[in-house]
Structure formats: structure tokens, C-alpha cells
Ligand binder design. Structure first.
Ligand code: FES
Length: 108
């Protein structure tokens, strides 16, 4: 059995595309723009790469679109085009989470 290979990465961002937290379907649009918005941070060869993914539910189910960034476990609510850009610029690039949109942090 051959193990799969994983290139290094530093963070993972998930966007919920479920209808309960995002009845207007805005999250799918955010996700489709994410590769472009991440720029070099999304490059497969970048050791600080940010992996991205969608999920049908994150167990919150309101106030979406909901976005969570790991490994910090920082959860954002009401993420729109402006907020996702701020998350990328302030949190992912400058390590300064966007406080006013955070509603939960993973307890470590
Ligand atoms: S539908 Fe988005 S968190 Fe459940």
C-alpha cells in the first residue's frame, strides 16, 4: 500500500455552502473566488500554502456565510466579499485575525 503525498501547507480555510447558514448561496461564490484571492498563498509549491475547501455544514447553521480557519480554529460569521478579503489580508498574510467578525475560537 502506497501512502499519498501531501505538499507542506500552513493553514486550511473552510467555507460552509449549506443552505441553513447561507440561504442566498453566497458562500459558493466566495469559494469560487478564493483561489484567485489567495494568490501566491494558494500555490501548491508554497510551504506556507493555505488549503481551501467547502463543506455542506459546520454545525452552526445561521449567520453565514460561515468560515473557519485552522489550525487556529478561528470562526467567522457573515463573511462577504469585503470580509473574505480582510481575512486573507489581515489574518492569513499578516497573522492578525479580523476580530469584529469572529464568533468562536477553538479552545486549546
Ligand atoms: S448549514 Fe452552514 S453551518 Fe450548517
Amino acid at each position: 500500500m502506497t501512502k499519498p503525498h501531501m505538499n507542506p501547507y500552513s493553514r486550511h480555510i473552510f467555507i460552509c455552502t449549506g443552505h441553513y447558514c447561507d440561504p442566498d448561496g453566497k458562500a459558493a461564490q466566495l469559494y469560487s473566488q478564493l483561489a484567485h484571492l489567495l494568490g501566491p498563498l494558494g500555490d501548491y509549491q508554497n510551504p506556507n500554502r493555505v488549503k481551501r475547501g467547502t463543506t455542506p455544514c459546520l454545525g452552526v447553521c445561521s449567520a453565514g456565510p460561515i468560515v473557519v480557519v485552522y489550525p487556529e480554529g478561528i470562526w467567522y460569521h457573515h463573511v462577504d466579499q469585503v470580509v473574505i478579503r480582510r481575512i486573507i489580508h489581515e489574518h492569513l498574510i499578516h497573522n492578525s485575525p479580523v476580530e469584529e467578525y469572529i464568533f468562536h475560537r477553538l479552545k486549546r
